[in-house]
Write a protein that binds this ligand. Structure first.
Ligand code: PRE
Length: 175
């Protein structure tokens, strides 16, 4: 039998087995690294919105997509959502830190180092997007994406702010 039954207690749609898993996981990691972005900017003159840096992120992602033979417009759209998701986190943390200064991180990370980490996650995300064209075009995409969203949020113990940000990161993944 080329299609043996899955082991007891599991199904073929068990957590982590969805094709969209890498995309959602990388989006979640980017959302979490956004905590470091906020901590790097807090108490400095660097604004949350940095349009020049956004252009760099979007152009970099599109160029990487072209290199991989993937769709740069789709990649750009998905990255626009990653950037919005990052701002959801940053604004949410600024609200928290303003309301209760005792929760401000004691150490300020280096913004350039955090951006290097975002670049690396970004390249991996472009690869994940390029590798999931079939799953993203499927009619089942929104349902699978929703399940991955719930699974990854649970597994990474995301709080309400980071779940909201992850939700903001995903609307362009399907279609
Ligand atoms: O690099 C920054 O300054 C960030 O805040 C990260 C990020 C992004 O998600 O890539 C988000 C908002 C800024 O407008 C620019 C870029």
């Amino acid at each position: 039998d080329p299609h043996p039954a899955p082991p007891a207690g599991r199904t073929v749609s068990a957590p982590g087995h969805g094709a969209l898993d890498p995309v959602v996981r990388l989006a979640a990691r980017r959302v979490l690294v956004s905590d470091q972005v906020a901590a790097a900017k807090w108490g400095t003159s660097a604004p949350i919105d940095d349009p020049a840096r956004e252009r760099q992120v979007l152009d970099g992602a599109a160029a990487e997509a072209v290199r991989l033979g993937a769709d740069p417009a789709v990649t750009r759209r998905i990255f626009r959502d990653q950037i919005e998701a990052s701002k959801v986190v940053q604004r949410g943390l600024y609200r928290r830190w303003t309301a209760d200064p005792r929760t401000v991180p004691p150490v300020r990370p280096d913004l350039a180092a955090v951006r290097a980490e975002l670049n690396e996650l970004g390249d991996r995300l472009v690869h994940a997007i390029a590798g999931t064209a079939t799953a993203r075009a499927a009619r089942s995409c929104p349902a699978h994406l929703g399940l991955e969203y719930l699974e990854v949020g649970r597994e990474l113990h995301l709080d309400a702010l980071h779940r909201a940000a992850l939700a903001r990161a995903l609307p362009s993944v399907c279609g």
